[in-house]
Design a protein around this ligand. Structure first.
Ligand SMILES: [Zn+2]
Length: 96
């Protein structure tokens, strides 16, 4: 059996297989957008993080997203509403 390589959360450093994480990809174009769990391949930098807003907020506080993805603080903060939206539209969110 192939053991999939573990990824590490940039915030809490927990290690999981890639499916356990949200992938943040910075799209390499003029907009420098960050896409959450892109379904197609984009050329750009990626970081893995737990699917929890707490982890994202902690990462923002420590400027880890900015460093990992090389974006401005404003761009990094912009992913919080996107992430909350993503979580509320998927089964990954808090149980009802
Ligand atoms: Zn984490």
């Amino acid at each position: 059996m192939n053991k999939s390589p573990l990824r590490q959360c940039i915030s809490c450093r927990k290690q999981l297989s890639r499916n356990g994480f949200i992938r943040l990809t910075k799209v390499h174009d003029d907009s420098c957008r960050i896409i959450i769990n892109p379904t197609k391949y984009f050329f750009g930098r990626s970081a893995y993080i737990c699917s929890s807003t707490d982890c994202i907020k902690a990462a923002l506080k420590q400027k880890k997203i900015e460093k990992m993805l090389r974006v401005s603080g404003k761009t990094a903060e912009g992913i919080i509403p996107k992430l909350e939206n993503y979580l509320s539209n998927s089964c990954l969110g808090v149980p009802a």
